[in-house]
Design a protein around this ligand. Structure first.
Ligand code: PLP
Length: 475
């Protein structure tokens, strides 16, 4: 399979090349040149496969530059009960006798759905770097979930170092402890005296220095990575088969969304032939996506207009993976997509109303909704009371909007994107008790911490990276 850019470049190489690539050279995102679909019979043959076997079947058409036996082995060692604390990897639970289901994606190492793709990325990076005898120094910015998922995935991987920037004192106590308590020498936690956007700007500044970037083998694991999107498509298949519906019957999915990576993976599964009806995009107060599906106008918001909410992992003003969706809506037209994204880049609205593209959006099955802090608290409380099930604030955004669109006789699968233990403060506010923590995280706040505090200064950051890498080479 060859990869192309959403902005028109046609030769990005094959899977292993786009795995290590950030943005495409033309500024677009990597996409496979086509999306092969399973026939109904082929789909039936996937029913009953174990998670790693299913992952192989779904991902193989897009990863044809890795020998079959190697890919199977990598998937077997990624999707284990030991890492995900469940034999099913992503178990599906029905809420009482309703037609609402929770797809549990958060039982992995860092307690958020990002583990599912990031764990695969960790294994795949190590494999590809080994083959090429290369090294990679991941530089990232996090407000919580991405950083911890990336660090847990890269722990002890000898060819990879992680430099993770976070806003000093602004993550939840649990998230801080989760990251800062890691003692492995290839993990570097850097608390920046600033806000999340300052961290992101520092990453951009370092990446803009091509010489530094090449000399220190700087890479990324951000949500635009194609391998992450692809790995996420697998659990839509897993959930669909777990519903046990008759062949061809539809299921709906509802996804708490920020950068549009998770729900786009659902759209990929749909384009691959999985009978998905609606894809419900749940937003919080930062609802650019909801606004688009309601009005046909996509208008990104500058960082200063992004509100801090109690579902912080969805606080975005610009959904990076959305570009992949409009590219497919435009019939894989890179020139059209580039035209639109020139507007987006200049913070001007893109208006699809009245165009054939808007009809394509309508036909794609996407709908959206928005929730508030009060909605979140009420939903957490109500789902706890009615079904004895505690959910986190992001999942609550999803369940609320999912219920709104649920159709009689059609299962609505709500994706559980984090465990409540990760967002204790809000859950406590909703139900006046502290959510249970998995045993391995009990007392984590008391563990020894390994992190540095740094001013918001790119020169200091570069000097630190240089110094630490030199030290790593000596040890
Ligand atoms: C990252 C994240 C999201 C948003 O997912 P996207 O793929 O960016 O849309 C939602 N909930 C939680 C808990 C997350 O960590």
């Amino acid at each position: 399979m060859k990869y192309v850019s959403t902005r028109g470049a046609t030769d990005l190489g094959r899977f292993s090349d786009v795995l290590l690539m950030g943005l495409a050279p033309d500024g677009g995102l990597a996409m496979p040149e086509r999306i092969p679909a399973f026939s109904p019979q082929e789909l039936e043959n996937l029913r009953g496969l174990s998670y790693p076997e299913l992952a192989y079947a779904v991902m193989r058409p897009y990863i044809d530059d890795v020998p079959e036996a190697d890919l199977r082995r990598l998937l077997q060692s990624t999707y284990t009960e030991a890492a995900f604390h469940s034999k099913d990897i992503t178990p599906l639970t029905r809420l009482g006798q309703s037609n609402l289901y929770l797809l549990e994606l958060s039982n992995g190492p860092s307690l958020a759905f990002k583990d599912i793709a990031m764990q695969f990325l960790g294994h795949m990076f190590e494999y590809v770097l080994e083959g090429r005898d290369e090294r990679l120094n991941i530089l990232g910015a996090t407000s919580g979930d991405t950083g911890s998922a990336a660090e847990y995935a890269m722990l002890g991987k000898p060819r990879v170092n992680v430099f993770m920037l976070s806003p000093h004192g602004r993550m939840s106590a649990f998230q801080q402890a989760q990251m800062f308590s890691l003692q492995e020498p290839n993990i570097f936690n850097i608390a920046i005296e600033g806000v999340f956007d300052d961290c992101q700007d520092l990453v951009k500044e370092v990446n803009a220095d091509a010489e530094f970037k090449a000399r220190y083998e700087i890479g990324a694991v951000n949500s635009i990575n194609w391998a992450r999107v692809l790995a996420q498509a697998v659990y839509y298949f897993k959930a669909y088969f777990a519903l046990g519906l008759p062949a061809g019957a539809e299921a709906d999915f509802c996804v708490p969304s920020g950068n549009f990576g998770n729900v786009f993976a659902g759209y990929l599964a749909k384009r691959m032939g999985l009978p998905i009806g609606q894809l419900v995009v749940a937003s919080n107060e930062n609802d650019v996506l909801n606004e688009f599906f309601a009005t046909g106008v996509y208008h990104v918001r500058p960082a200063a207009q992004v509100a801090q909410t109690s579902s912080p992992s969805m606080d975005i003003g610009k959904a990076s993976n959305f570009e992949r969706y409009v590219y497919l809506i435009a019939g894989s037209d890179g020139v059209q997509t580039k035209g639109w994204w020139d507007e987006v880049g200049a913070s001007r609205p893109v208006d699809l109303r009245g165009s054939p593209h808007w009809d394509a959006v309508k036909a794609s099955g996407f709908v959206g909704g928005r929730s508030s802090h009060a909605d979140r608290l009420n939903t957490i409380r109500r789902i706890d009371r009615e079904f004895g099930r505690l959910i986190d604030p992001h999942t609550a955004d999803g369940v609320l909007i999912g219920e709104r669109y649920a159709r009689s006789g059609v299962p609505m699968v709500c994706l559980e994107t984090a465990l409540p233990a990760k967002f204790e403060e809000t859950v406590q506010e909703a139900v006046s008790r502290t959510p249970e923590r998995p045993e391995r995280f009990v007392g984590i706040e008391q563990r020894e911490r390994r992190s540095v505090v740094m001013p918001n200064d790119v020169t200091a950051l570069k000097a630190y990276i240089e110094e630490q890498l030199a030290k790593r080479l000596r040890d």
